[in-house]
Design a protein around this ligand. Structure first.
Ligand SMILES: NC(=O)c1ccc[n+]([C@@H]2O[C@H](COP(=O)([O-])OP(=O)(O)OC[C@H]3O[C@@H](n4cnc5c(N)ncnc54)[C@H](O)[C@@H]3O)[C@@H](O)[C@H]2O)c1
Length: 375
């Protein structure tokens, strides 16, 4: 349980301790389950919630009960920021509104912790980058996919140079009919809310690619289905380092998982990640390294730990107690990483709409770098 906070607006900036003052906007499923309950549980000595805000009054009151906190609740974001003056603002609203809260949050003096996708179009992206520069505040983007043990292992193997310089990547992601169908039911089903599955869902995958390849995307060409958030997408990406990527996302597969193949100058790294089958006693994620004209090696990762293989908890540790845990695999992500991941999806969407390739540097003021700058 968080320490008591003075609810009186005039006293809002003072708390009963030196704990980091957190506020959240968007108190839905992700807000409460990933950034509410476990944060209070894991970091009660370091942080406390001073404000919760949602446009839905019922949701924000329910969130307060679920979190078991005594802080003030709001349906007016400006009022919360003025009264409570949080150190950090957690943004977990629907995707198309992230920009509004990230920018205002920084203008009110808070650093930002935002869920993916960073934002949903190139204009909002530029506005956020400009506001971060102007305010001097910092944005952390919570790419939890980087933290699962097997994806971390892929990063480690690629950086160890076991397959040499990467020349191309084949990456195919499958959502099964239950998981896939979910994206066509709630608010995500509308492009105006989610920016399409290329932004809402695939920005996770594009971030993994940017991180694994360690370069920035330069040019994108894509095909998609006639459903305007797309249920099948094929994307070609050329990186500034000249790496070529063939990516696809299928939202109606009989099974859930993905296949990825990194083709390098000295060999190849393959991974086929799929859900545990009923007949399997143990479930491991396997990778195969095949060196050119040489041997094969199998790498097995035990993925049984909870919360994405323990990744969720390590992400929270990076966000709330960074000094206590180094960043060996460069998993912490800032605004540039956030921008680059959603810009691939935005460029792909624009390419499907126009039938033409799209250059990232034509969308925002960032010039893609052959070696990915961290942050
Ligand atoms: N990293 C991940 O794996 C992951 C998983 C799920 C969701 N997410 C992201 O988390 C965010 C929230 O998703 P969710 O599944 O919790 O959705 P949700 O619908 O459960 O919650 C969203 C909340 O935002 C509120 N809201 C909507 N518009 C608002 C506005 N203009 N101002 C203030 N509040 C507003 C809604 O009332 C709702 O309570 C999304 O950006 C989503 O993409 C990330």
């Amino acid at each position: 349980m968080a320490a008591t906070v003075f609810a009186d607006s005039l006293l809002g900036k003072f708390t009963s301790s030196n704990k980091q003052r957190l506020a959240m906007v968007g108190t839905g499923d992700r807000g409460t389950s990933m950034w509410g309950i476990p944060v209070i549980d894991e970091f009660k000595d370091l942080v406390e919630f001073v404000g919760l805000c949602d446009i839905n009054a019922g949701r924000v009151e329910t969130a307060k009960k679920i979190l078991g906190v005594s802080c003030a609740t709001y349906t007016d974001f400006d009022k919360m920021m003025k009264e409570m003056k949080p150190d950090r603002l957690i943004v977990t609203t629907v995707d198309a509104t992230h920009n509004e809260y990230i920018i205002k949050g920084m203008e009110y003096g808070a650093d930002i912790i935002t869920e993916k996708p960073f934002t949903t179009d190139e204009h909002k992206c530029q506005d956020i980058l400009d506001a971060e520069k102007k305010t001097g505040k910092k944005i952390a983007v919570t790419f939890n996919y980087r933290y699962s043990p097997h994806r971390q292992k892929i990063y480690e193997l690629l950086r160890s140079n076991v397959i040499g310089d990467i020349t191309s990547v084949d990456f195919h992601w499958y959502l099964d009919v239950y998981h896939g169908a979910d994206y066509f039911r709630r608010w995500h089903r509308l492009r105006k809310n989610s920016g399409s599955l290329l932004v809402h869902k695939a920005s996770h995958h594009f971030d993994l690619l940017n991180w694994w390849i360690d370069s920035e995307p330069e040019e994108v060409f894509a095909f998609g289905s006639d459903i305007d958030i797309f249920d099948k997408m094929a994307v070609q990406i050329k990186y500034a380092s000249k790496v070529q990527v063939s990516y696809s996302l299928t939202a109606y597969s009989p099974y859930e998982g993905y296949r990825i193949s990194f083709n390098g100058k000295k060999g190849k790294l393959d991974a086929w990640i799929k859900e545990r089958q009923p007949w399997e006693e143990d479930h491991f994620d396997e990778m195969q390294i095949t060196t050119s004209f040489g041997k094969k090696a199998i790498v097995r990762i035990d993925n049984r730990e909870g919360g994405h293989g323990g990744g969720d908890a390590r992400l929270r540790k990076h966000i709330f107690n960074p000094g206590n845990d180094g960043d060996t695999w460069n998993q912490a992500a800032g605004s540039r990483d956030g921008a680059m991941s959603c810009l691939i999806g935005i460029a792909a969407r624009n390419s499907i709409d126009t039938g033409k390739p799209v250059r990232i540097e034509d969308l925002v003021s960032i010039k893609p770098q052959a070696k990915r700058p961290t942050g």
